[in-house]
Design a protein around this ligand. Structure first.
Ligand code: ACM
Ligand code: ZN
Length: 734
C-alpha cells in the first residue's frame, strides 16, 4: 500500500518535471484515500450524452443517483439500462470484491466499470469516480465549457472499519428536512455510513409518535405561541430520510434518549417524571434533572410504545437509547423508584439505569435489534445482552466494553466533537467551551486501533451538538461567514473535519499521513463549494519559518485551498481581502505576531488570520491562562463575575485561581468565590482580596465528571474606578 503511494508521488514529481498534461492529473485527489490506485496508459474516458449507465437491476437506485449527478452539472441525460449494456457499468460480485462495502473501479478510454461487494461498495466506487472528474461535476447547476474526462485508472478499495459515523443533534436545533438530506449526502460523499439522529433532548422532541401526539404538539416547541421555535419530523419525513440515506449506504440510527435529557417529553406528559410537575420546554441550553420515572409502570409502557413505533419506522440494526449524563437525585427521593430498588435488591439509584438498560436491551433483542448508547449504558451495572457503547470520554474507556462483552465506537469529545472550534483564534464563532480546541490535525491523528472482527472497537464517530445555536438563535456575526442560518455554522464546524473523520474510519492507522491528507484536502474545497457546502477556510499554510540572527522571523506561506489567494499585513493588524497579496516572496517580521495572513477563497469567504497566541510564560507559576479582564467589564459596585473553567478543572484535586492585575490605578477588588459544577454549587471560598499584584483563592473538587462544565463565580469591582485590566490563571496543586 505504501509503495503504491510512493509510486503516485513519484508520478506527481515526474509530472512536474515533464509538464505533461495527462500525467499532471495523476496525483491522487481522493478523500478518503483509496487502498490502491494505479494509473494505466489507456488514455482517458470522455463522458458524453451517449454514455449510458448499465447496471444490475438491484443497483438501479445507485445508477439513478449517478445519472442525476451527471445530469445536474453536465446537462447530459444518460440512459439507465438495468441488466443491459452501457459505457458505464455497475455490478455486484462478492467473489471478485470479497470485503463488505468494497469496490473495484476501472476506467479506460472505452468505458467505466464499478464492481462492488454490495450496493454500498458500488456507491463508494461512484464517489471515487466523481472525485476524479473536475470538481464542478458535483454542482447542481449546469456547467459550461468543462472537459468531462477521467484518466484511465484502476482503484481497489474497501473500508478498514465497519462503523464510520456522525451524530447530528437535531433536538437542540431543528434542522429542516432538506438540511438533513444534504447532511446525509455530504456524509455519503466521504463514505461515512452511520447517522446517529439525536432528535430527543430536554430542548425538544422531534420525532412524531402517533400514540403520544403531545410529544410533538407540545414537546417540539419552545417559547410563546406567536414566537415559538422548533419543529419535528413526521413519520412520512422519516420514511423519506431513511430511503434517501439507504441509496447512499447510510444507516439512520434513531436515538431515543432516556432516562435523562427528556424534559421535552415530560413537558408533554408530566406523569413521565418522578414529581409529576409541569415544566416548560427550555429556550436556553439546559440539562434537566427530571429523569423518566423508572419506578412507574406507566413510564415503562410509554417507553415500550415509543420504541415500538421507532422500530417500525427505522430498519436499522441498531436502536440508540442515549443514556448519558443522568443525575439520580429525583430517583433517590421518589417512592416508586425506591420501591423498585427494594424489589430488585439494588443499593444505589444509579443501578436503576443499569436495570432499565437490561430491560430495554431485552425488548430490542426480541425485535432483532441491538441497543447502542453513550458509554454510561454499560457502566451502571452488568448488562446481560451485548450492547454497543459510544465512548465519549476517553478512548481507554472502551476497556469497560471489552470487560462486559460489549462493542465500542470511539467518539471522544476531545477529538471528535465538532462543536468545539478548531483554534482559539479570536473570531471563531460561538462554540462549546468545555474542551480545548480540536484542530484538524488533532482530529486526523486520533489514535484508533485497526479493525478486527474479534476486537471491541467497531469504528469511529464524529458528533455535532447544536446547543450553541439552540432553537435557531442567530449566532454572533463573524467576519468569515456572512450568513444568518445556523446550518451554515454547522457546516463551518463540521467541514473540513468530517474529511479527517472519513479517513480515520476508512484507512488503516499506519497509513495515516497528515501531510498527504492536507495536500488532497487543498483540492477538496472546490468540491465542497460545488456542493454548496460551507466550511471553515483554513488559515494559510506556513511552509517555512526561520528565526534570523537579528531575532526577526522569515515566513514562507502557501494557500491552503486550491486557487485561493493569501493576503497579509506585517504590523499585527487584521488583514482584509484588500491587504497585500502574497505572491510567493518570503516575508520578514520583527515578532511572530506581526504577521497576520488570511486565505481568501472569495471576497465573502475567507479564513481567520494565522494567529500567534500571547506568551504567558512569565506567569507560569500561576498555572494555565483562563481569561482576562478589561476596564469596560469592571463595575464600580461589587458584581458577580462568572468565569468558565471547564477543561482547566480536569480532575479531582486542589486548585488555585489567581487574579493578576496588569494595568490601571484602580485595582480589582474581589469578594467570595463560588465553584459550580454545571448548576450545582460545589465549593465556596469566603475571602476578600485585591488583585494588586495578585489575589489567589484555593478550593477542592472531589466530584469531577468529565464532560461536565465547571464555572467559578467571584464578586468583583474596581477599587475607586475601573481602569484596571489583568489576567486570570488556574493551577492544580501538586
Ligand atoms: C454527551 O456528550 N453528553 C454524550
Ligand atoms: Zn420515580
Amino acid at each position: 500500500m505504501k509503495s503504491l503511494r510512493h509510486l503516485s508521488m513519484a508520478l506527481t514529481l515526474a509530472a512536474l518535471f515533464s509538464a505533461a498534461p495527462a500525467l499532471a492529473q495523476q496525483s491522487n485527489p481522493v478523500v478518503p484515500r483509496p487502498i490502491s490506485t494505479t494509473w494505466t496508459d489507456e488514455g482517458a474516458f470522455q463522458l458524453t450524452e451517449k454514455s449510458a449507465i448499465a447496471c444490475d437491476a438491484a443497483l438501479e437506485p445507485q445508477a439513478r443517483y449517478l445519472q442525476e449527478t451527471f445530469a445536474a452539472s453536465t446537462g447530459y441525460n444518460l440512459a439507465v439500462i438495468p441488466d443491459g449494456k452501457g459505457k458505464i457499468c455497475l455490478t455486484v460480485d462478492t467473489l471478485r470484491v470479497p470485503k463488505a462495502e468494497g469496490y473495484v473501479l476501472e476506467v479506460t478510454r472505452k468505458g467505466i466499470s464499478i464492481c462492488g461487494h454490495d450496493a454500498a461498495g458500488v456507491f463508494y466506487g461512484i464517489q471515487t469516480l466523481l472525485q476524479h472528474f473536475p470538481a464542478s461535476i458535483h454542482s447542481d447547476k449546469r456547467q459550461k465549457g468543462v472537459d468531462w474526462t477521467v484518466p484511465a485508472l484502476r482503484v481497489e478499495d474497501a473500508p478498514e472499519r465497519p462503523w464510520r459515523g456522525m451524530m447530528l443533534d437535531a433536538a437542540r436545533y431543528y434542522y429542516d428536512k432538506s438540511f438533513v438530506l444534504k447532511f446525509i449526502d455530504m456524509m455519503a460523499m466521504y463514505k461515512l455510513n452511520k447517522l446517529q439522529f439525536h432528535f430527543i433532548d430536554d430542548s425538544g422532541w422531534r420525532l412524531e409518535i402517533k400514540k403520544y401526539p403531545r410529544l410533538t404538539e407540545v414537546g417540539a416547541w419552545a417559547g410563546s405561541d406567536e414566537k415559538r421555535t422548533g419543529g419535528y419530523y413526521t413519520q412520512d419525513d422519516i420514511r423519506e430520510i431513511v430511503a434517501y440515506a439507504a441509496v447512499r449506504g447510510v444507516e439512520i440510527i434513531p436515538e431515543i434518549e432516556f432516562p435523562a435529557h427528556i424534559l421535552s417529553a415530560v413537558v408533554a406528559y408530566p406523569w413521565l417524571c418522578c414529581t409529576g410537575l409541569q415544566h416548560e420546554v427550555p429556550q436556553q441550553h439546559f440539562i434537566s434533572r427530571d429523569l423518566l420515572c423508572v419506578g412507574k409502570e406507566s413510564s415503562l409502557r410509554f417507553l415500550r410504545d415509543v420504541l415500538d413505533e421507532t422500530v417500525a419506522l427505522f430498519p436499522s440494526s441498531y436502536i440508540n437509547i442515549g443514556g448519558d449524563e443522568a443525575v439520580y437525585t429525583r430517583w433517590e427521593k421518589c417512592p416508586d423508584c425506591q420501591a423498585l430498588m427494594k424489589r430488585e435488591g439494588l443499593t444505589e439509584a444509579s443501578q436503576l439505569q443499569g436495570w432499565l438498560t437490561n430491560v430495554v436491551a431485552g425488548w430490542m433483542k426480541e425485535r432483532g435489534r441491538t441497543v447502542i448508547g453513550w458509554e454510561e449504558i454499560m457502566m451502571r451495572g452488568k448488562v446481560e445482552t451485548p450492547v454497543v457503547a459510544l465512548i465519549w470520554h476517553n478512548v481507554a474507556d472502551s476497556i469497560h466494553a471489552t470487560a462486559g462483552g460489549h462493542k465500542a465506537i470511539i467518539t471522544p469529545a476531545s477529538h471528535l466533537y465538532f462543536d468545539f472550534p478548531e483554534t482559539s483564534t479570536p473570531g471563531e464563532p460561538q462554540h462549546a467551551t468545555w474542551m480545548p480546541p480540536i484542530s484538524l490535525e488533532k482530529a486526523y491523528t486520533m489514535p484508533v486501533n485497526d479493525y478486527d472482527p474479534t476486537s471491541t472497537t467497531l469504528g469511529v464517530q464524529g458528533c455535532i451538538w447544536s446547543d450553541q445555536f439552540i432553537h435557531g438563535t442567530r449566532l454572533q456575526e463573524i467576519l468569515p461567514i456572512d450568513e444568518d442560518r445556523s446550518e451554515r455554522y454547522v457546516e463551518y464546524f463540521v467541514f473540513p473535519r468530517l474529511l479527517a473523520l472519513s479517513e480515520l474510519g476508512w484507512d488503516k492507522a499506519d497509513n495515516r499521513d497528515f501531510a498527504d491528507f492536507t495536500r488532497r484536502l487543498t483540492d477538496q474545497f472546490a468540491r465542497l463549494d460545488a456542493k454548496n457546502c460551507s466550511y471553515r477556510v483554513p488559515e494559510p499554510r506556513v511552509t517555512s519559518l526561520t528565526e534570523n540572527a537579528d531575532g526577526s522571523y522569515t515566513y514562507r506561506l502557501a494557500p491552503s485551498v486550491t486557487g485561493a489567494a493569501v493576503r497579509y499585513t506585517t504590523d499585527g493588524t487584521y488583514p482584509t481581502v484588500h491587504s497585500t497579496l502574497y505572491a510567493g516572496e518570503p516575508v520578514t517580521v520583527k515578532r511572530k505576531s506581526d504577521l497576520c495572513a488570511i486565505t481568501v477563497v472569495t471576497p465573502t469567504h475567507y479564513s481567520l488570520p494565522l494567529y500567534t497566541a500571547p506568551d504567558y510564560s512569565a506567569y507560569s507559576q500561576y498555572g494555565t491562562y483562563t481569561t482576562s479582564w478589561q476596564p469596560l467589564q469592571v463595575q464600580t459596585v461589587p458584581t458577580p463575575w462568572r468565569i468558565e473553567c471547564t477543561g482547566k478543572i480536569s480532575d479531582n484535586g486542589r486548585y488555585e485561581v489567581s487574579f493578576i492585575g496588569e494595568r490601571g490605578t484602580a485595582h480589582l477588588r474581589l469578594g467570595d468565590l463560588k465553584v459550580y459544577k454545571r448548576d450545582e454549587l460545589i465549593a465556596t471560598v469566603s475571602q476578600s482580596a485585591t488583585a494588586d499584584p495578585a489575589a489567589t483563592y484555593a478550593f477542592t473538587v472531589d466530584s469531577f465528571e468529565a464532560g461536565t462544565p465547571f464555572f467559578i463565580e467571584v464578586t468583583a469591582s474596581g477599587d475607586n474606578g475601573n481602569d484596571t485590566s489583568g489576567l486570570v490563571f488556574i493551577k492544580k496543586a501538586e
